[in-house]
Structure formats: C-alpha cells, structure tokens
Design a protein around this ligand. Structure first.
Ligand SMILES: NC(=O)c1ccc[n+]([C@@H]2O[C@H](COP(=O)([O-])OP(=O)(O)OC[C@H]3O[C@@H](n4cnc5c(N)ncnc54)[C@H](O)[C@@H]3O)[C@@H](O)[C@H]2O)c1
Length: 327
C-alpha cells in the first residue's frame, strides 16, 4: 500500500514533559526533524535545555555516543502549536492527562497541521473514540501509548479509534519498528492492555499491604524476584504454558474460594484446560509445541534466567531498596 512506504520525517511534539522530552530524544536520535512546543513559548525554550541535559546525562553514563548531543541540539522549540505542527508528518500529543487540555490541544493541532499529517495521542487512559471527537481527520488520528522512560522502554501500544484508517496504523507500526520499538496494536478499553494488567498488579500489591500480609518492601522483593524475574523474557501466556494450565486452573479455584467474586478463572482458561491443552507438558496450551521445541524452549528459558541472574548480580551493590530511602 502506497501510504506505508511514505516515511515520517518531521515530528511535532506537543507537551515537553516527562514523556514528550523522552520521545523527542528518541525521535531526534533516529534522525527525525523534531520541533517541540510546551504551554508557553518560554516553557518550550526551557524544554530544549532540559532535553540537552537529559541526553548529556545518557552520554555521560555511557548509554549513548557523544554524537547524541548533536542530535539533541537539532531539536527546535516553537512559539505555539501552529508553528510546531506547520510542516509535521507526525504530530505527537503528550499534554497533561486532562480532557479539557487534550481537547483544546488536539483541535488546534488538527486545524493547523498539514492535511497529510497523522496525529497520535499518548494518553494513558482516555478513550480514543472520545478524543477522536476533537479532530476532523478522524481517519488519521489514533493512540500511540509510550511507556516511561520512553527512550528506553521498547513497548508502544497503538490504539485505533472506530474511525482510524487501518493503513495509518500500519504505517505507524512500521515507523516504530524502524526506530527500534516493539509496537502492538490493541483495542481502546479502560487502561488498554498494559495499564489494565499493570494496575491489576498494583491494586493487589496495595491490598497485600493493607491487609497486613507484607510491607511494601517485602511485596517489592517478592514480586521482582518471583514472577517479575520472568517477565523480561516471557508474557503471561508463555509463563502459564510452562507452569501448566491445569495447575493454574486449580490455583484460581483456591483464590476464588478465598478472595471471592472477580477471582474465578475466566472461561477461556476452563475451556483450554478441559480440552487437555494444559501447556508445554501436553505440547499444547496457548501455544503449540513439538517435543523438540518443548525441550529447546525449556533449556532456552533456563539460559535466559541464568543470564538475568548474573546481570542482577552485577547490580547487586545498587539495590533499589537501599537508594529508595525506605527506613
Ligand atoms: N508519565 C508517564 O509515566 C506516562 C506514561 C505513558 C503515557 N503518559 C501520558 O503522556 C501524557 C503526558 O504525560 P507526562 O507524564 O509527560 O506529563 P507532564 O506533566 O510531565 O508533561 C506534560 C507537559 O505538557 C505541558 N502542557 C500543559 N498544557 C499544555 C498545552 N496547552 N500545550 C502544550 N503543552 C502543554 C506541560 O507544561 C508539561 O510540560 C499524558 O497523557 C500521560 O497520561 C504518561
């Protein structure tokens, strides 16, 4: 499709805070022509200084080559949104998560950006269909949800509205892959996918502390050293397959008996387990495996965990608990 061949070369970042600055850094380092704008012309100018400081920090820490500073210095500040988006291919909105701000910012971007521009919002939680109401070019508008710190975190959720042209989402996907990100298309629902799962974890972590099961420090230790240890390499379905879906169904029965409504195993798990597809040990679960693949997968898993244990050992002297100032 012709549209996917067009490169996104010029980006306008609207809102140069925690996320906007990180995305500006990522775009600039990947050779895009970047203009940023904040709430006022003065704030936009100050943001250039913050961006350079941020990149110098990464260079000093040995995370980026010194050429990154030149890339950061190529970013320009605009006096207002109209100037920022005037020649943009991609408008990236990272203004505060308040509907009254997003509505005005998105409407202004839409009115001022060239017709060819695509407009992406970094909203963490606002429904994309609701935000689409503030732009005329609904087919060229979608969610592009990055994660903090955006220059280092690989994931980006791409969230179309009911009106988004599928070719535009494809184009954004290709663009993100080309700059080294790991994008995934997800539907618009509260929290999309990542925050729905992340906040389920946080809700239960809070409940464990509130109910006196453990302190925040103990919860952090358990999470990061148990299932959190696996997550850099595997998602929940891969992990469940390796553990055994029959085991997971039984555990969920205990949880629902003890913790009540909301803890019942979803039908999806019941159906797959009833079908005998109970994970790697049955060569079928959410994924399917040959015997050779099963053996290779488990060995590869062990290699990855051993490598991660070594990496964590290197960071051992800088335990988070010590620097977090908890008493
Ligand atoms: N912080 C995170 O971890 C995170 C992660 C993913 C997504 N997000 C989302 O990204 C968006 C931005 O979040 P953030 O954490 O960068 O917020 P932030 O408060 O750090 O930055 C927002 C910036 O927008 C500026 N701003 C305010 N009004 C503006 C206007 N009218 N025009 C232009 N700029 C304006 C502010 O001055 C500020 O610099 C939000 O939608 C948020 O939900 C945040």
């Amino acid at each position: 499709m012709a549209i996917s061949g067009e490169r996104l070369k010029r980006a306008a970042i609207i809102g140069a805070g925690t996320m906007g600055l990180g995305v500006a850094e990522c775009f600039a380092l990947n050779g895009l022509d970047v203009v940023l704008v904040d709430e006022t012309a003065e704030a936009s100018q100050r943001a250039l200084g913050s961006l350079e400081e941020r990149v110098r920090g990464h260079v000093d820490a040995g995370l980026l080559p010194s050429t990154a500073i030149k890339a950061a210095q190529s970013v320009r500040a605009a006096a207002d949104i109209a100037a920022a988006v005037a020649s943009a291919d991609l408008v990236f909105e990272a203004a505060p998560e308040r509907i009254e701000i997003k509505s005005a910012v998105l409407a202004e971007c839409d009115a001022r950006a060239p017709a060819r521009a695509i407009i992406a919002t970094n909203t963490s939680s606002l429904p994309i269909d609701e935000l689409a109401a503030f732009v005329e070019r609904k087919d060229r508008f979608f969610g592009m949800h990055w994660f903090n710190p955006p220059e280092w975190t690989p994931a980006v959720e791409l969230i179309p509205s009911a009106h988004t042209d599928a070719a535009i989402v494809e184009r954004a996907l290709e663009f993100l892959l080309a700059i080294g990100k790991r994008p995934a298309k997800v539907a618009s629902a509260p929290g999309f996918v990542a925050n729905r799962i992340q906040f389920a974890l946080f809700r239960e972590a809070l409940a464990c502390v509130e109910e006196g099961l453990a302190t925040p420090q103990e919860v952090d230790e358990v999470v990061r050293s148990s299932f959190g240890f696996r997550l850099p390499f595997y998602g929940p379905f891969q992990i469940a397959d390796m553990a055994g879906l029959d085991v997971y169904a039984s555990i969920m029965d205990v949880l629902s008996a003890g913790l009540g409504a909301g803890w019942e195993a979803p039908q999806l798990l019941r159906d797959i387990a009833a079908d005998g597809r109970i994970g790697t040990k049955a060569l079928a679960g959410f994924y399917s495996y040959s015997e050779a693949e099963r053996v290779a997968l488990l060995l590869e898993r062990d290699k990855r965990y051993a490598a991660l244990a070594r990496l964590l050992g290197e960071f051992g002297a800088r335990e988070l608990g010590q620097s977090a100032g908890s008493d």
